[in-house]
Design a binder for this molecule. Structure first.
Ligand code: RP5
Length: 168
């Protein structure tokens, strides 16, 4: 099947964290593609990729980058499909550098910025699935099922903690 979501990362060193996004897309059975592109090291190629993504059937771009993380912003500057940014911890600044670089976009060019790291990568993929779910009842149903399972898991944790508290 033709990919609907693109997961892009600034370097192969980002893959461990960004693989969390890929896992979610696999869980939901969403066709996707994964690649390394750099706003700084391959700027022309990255811009062209963003420009052509929509015409290839890509519906959402997910971009993970660390350091002075301009990848999501550069993709967003060249595309009008939604771009979701994942700031990554890649320098002694712990990801705060990437968070600020990703989130502080000028008016007119939005990037939906997630949390730093693995939670952000997972949420980026879930957010992309939610966007697809607006016009895909099967995906929307899967998202609702997952929320139900999550709530059941919290209730189970609560019972466990209550039992442990009674034994104190
Ligand atoms: C960013 O610089 C990448 O997204 C990565 O998080 C960071 C370090 O890249 P490498 O030096 O490991 O290639 O562009």
């Amino acid at each position: 099947m033709e990919p609907k979501i693109a997961v892009i990362m600034g370097s192969d060193s980002d893959f461990e964290v960004m693989s969390e996004a890929v896992k979610v897309l696999k869980e939901y059975g969403v066709p996707h593609e994964v690649s390394v592109r750099s706003a700084h090291r391959t700027p022309e190629e990255t811009a062209l990729y963003a420009q052509e993504a929509e015409s290839r059937g890509i519906r959402v771009l997910i971009a993970g980058a660390g350091a002075a993380a301009h990848l999501a912003g550069v993709l967003a500057s060249k595309a009008t499909i939604p771009v979701i940014g994942v700031p990554l911890h890649a320098t002694p600044l712990g990801g705060l550098d990437a968070l600020l670089a990703t989130v502080q976009m000028p008016a007119g060019i939005p990037v939906a910025t997630m949390a730093i790291g693995k939670a952000g990568a997972r949420n980026a993929a879930l957010f992309a699935v939610q966007i697809l779910g607006l016009s895909d009842a099967d995906l929307s149903g899967k998202l609702k099922d997952a929320r139900g399972k999550m709530a059941a898991a919290v209730e189970a944790k609560s019972r466990k903690v209550q039992a442990a508290a009674e034994k104190l």
